[in-house]
Design a protein around this ligand. Sequence first.
Ligand code: PLP
Length: 438
Amino acid sequence: MSRALEQPAYLAALAPLADVGHAADPGHAADPGHAADPGHAADPSDGGPVYLDCNATTPLEPEVLEAMSPYFLGAPGNPSSSDHRHGKRAAGAVAAASAAIAQLVGTSAELVIFTSGATEANNLAILGLAAHAEKTGRRHIISTELEHKAVLEPLRHLRSRGFDVELLQPTAGGWIDPAALARSLRPETCLVSIMQVNNETGVRQPLEQVADVMAGHDAYLHVDAAQGFGKDLAPLRHPRIDLMSISGHKIFGPMGIGALISKRRPGGQAPPLSPLTFGGGQQRGLRPGTLPVPLIVGLGKAAELAGRDAEERAASCRAFRERALEALSPLRPVVLGDPARSLPHVLCVAFPGVTSPRLASALAAHISVSRGAACTDGTHEAFSHVLLAMGLPDEQLQGAIRLSWCHRTPQPDWRGVVQVVQRLRGKVPDCFACRVGY
Ligand SMILES: Cc1ncc(COP(=O)(O)O)c(C=O)c1O
């Protein structure tokens, strides 16, 4: 069985709350003013640490808050209440947000299904296709060892129901070779699920080539686009993509909202999804429940801004990256993941000779960084399943941290950061004994 689908340690040993690093938590209770103030979200500006964990969650754009606020504070309205103006106004706002999102990826507004985030969207895509797969007798699914738990866990569930789940191994550069996919496709493959951009390394997957490999095949192609939507839009416009998952809080929108977006095939059919929950029939019955209008408006606005400001944002992230690499160069960091394929706002780096838990906490006075996917932080898993799958040497696995920023991030005190690492290297011997359960 693939390592990524084995029983994860975190199910057995959930960390007590006190162990969850505040470095990964920009909204920590000790800092309530900043959590409430979008102008400060990326930079506390009080001499505190600079937030370099934008892959975990991004600061809210003030324009997004402005767009949402009339729907929080103004007249109420349920989009399903079609008999009065209040309901119609809410329905209009939802329709406008759906259209803004759909337009960015080249699909129609009615194919945007709002969810609570990318986790739920991934579950709806993967588990929602299971009934169709069972009906057609095609129970083979292909995914990758690089996926987020929000894909791996529903896949593990389907495996327990008798599905044949195959995970492709990445190259050492952190990307999936489309030739490996071509070798694995079978007539009974019903679904291929592959992420757009890896959350830990920032490496883009070759989606266009994946789509080419699947051109003559009937399997559905689902893309977990949580880390790429709004940052690298072109690949998501590919018509061969059937389903994609997105998340508001990764694109400077609110937490608690995301979407599963479908595309119609040339014959006009949308993917044959079945609902996972049942209720009042909203969203064509695929995801019932009263729509959270202010959050949907926020997601729509965030999508619109992502389209409008894409180049400017990317340019400022590239400049930040160059400055960071230059400042860190005396430490001879090892960049993990193929830099030529990475988005410009992420650096997954190892500082050989130092272990990442020590590193992250020692750096916490200067920068808030993650030592793995935020969603698995606080668990006792020894190393990132992504970096393990890439086959990296122990020393790199042990010393890896992820720095991720955005167009709003100020430069931190890089000199202080360098001194912290130098101090750790001087005092802390290489600590292989620190490994747990590997
Ligand atoms: C690649 C990827 N997929 C899914 C998720 C889950 O997204 P959400 O927090 O919206 O449920 C994340 C969050 O970190 C992610 O990075």
